[in-house]
Design a binder for this molecule. Sequence first.
Ligand code: PLP
Length: 378
Amino acid sequence: MEGMAAALGTLGIPSSEALARQQPSAQTGDVQTLDYDSMAKLASNENPYGPSQAVLKAMQDAAKYAHRYGYPDPGIVEAIAESHKVWPENILLGAGSTEILKVCDEVFLAQHKTLVGVDLTYESVYRFATNSKADAIKVPLLEDYRTDIPGIIRAVKTNYRDVGLVYICNPNNPTGRIVPKQEIRRLIDNVPEDVPVLIDEAYCHYVDHSDYEEAMHYVRDERNVIVTRTFSKLAGLAGMRLGYAVARKEWIEKMAPFASGNYTTGGVNVLVKYAAVAALKEMGNSTQVRRRTTDLRKKTVSELTAYGYDVMPSDANYFMVDIGEDVDLVSFDFQKHGVLVGRKFPPYDTWLRISIGTEDEMRRFVAAFKAIMPPIKR
Ligand code: PLP
């Protein structure tokens, strides 16, 4: 295995053995033919326990409105606003935070503006920017995989006239590393007031680190920050599609015409609105899910480390492990062992991202890892 990886590195082309092993990655489109329900699903950073009983009941009760446009509004915008101590005017709903990221690109990167972010990060924003024919400056991660905030500030200042949006994912996906609160402050204090800093907090609920803070207070202070959140992760509603932005009123007004969430014929369905109101009531009490996730992450990481593999430090419900060869070469092997793993994240081609599933799923993953990957002696 190490020999093959070394050969690949030297020649720069995959061997025929490597090509033979290269199979479709474990992304959702490819698993339809597999027994999806029986797989350990460690590819997409979802909450493996799903919605709570109270949230399921809220959806069941709301099903009686499935055939209506004019159903009673459960007050999701107000409930979100209250949970962050902002006004409903500061909230924009989307069919998942993916829609909000797309809207940010459409609004703030129009007329060929430039997006500034890091490489590696959650790449949807870059994909949407490409669709909008915007440019992007990707600042490489630091050697210890942290976000290079001084590098981002430099990129913004050097290209000030062109920059339309700055994107920070905190904690970062796929690395799991946080941007400490002092660095977020430094960024916001150094980016010109008219350039929005989009802070994607999809995984904020999982972080337990004294240097981390949620950025919502910058919105309350009318700073140039847009925070995005999702019900797809801790709230366990990924398949139901609800996310939102929190930002100053003028920016929400600019974004609203491009988003489908704030009107009943848009992309946010009745079930998820009711579900999210119920979920918000419990978000602060999800300590059990968070603790279980963190404990399982630490346990799995220490097993892989003891087996000889390098793992990136993570504060989220996923982590990356360096398998020493192209991730595409092993994805299918994991599928054959009943485990769906993260896809390849160029340029970190040898780093496999693993989401934290249930205890049983993690046991199956470690067993598969040991069956597929050889131990590394140090
Ligand atoms: N932001 C980050 C960092 C993510 O990892 C994801 C999904 O994996 C999203 C946003 C989009 O999530 P959703 O559209 O389900 O809200």
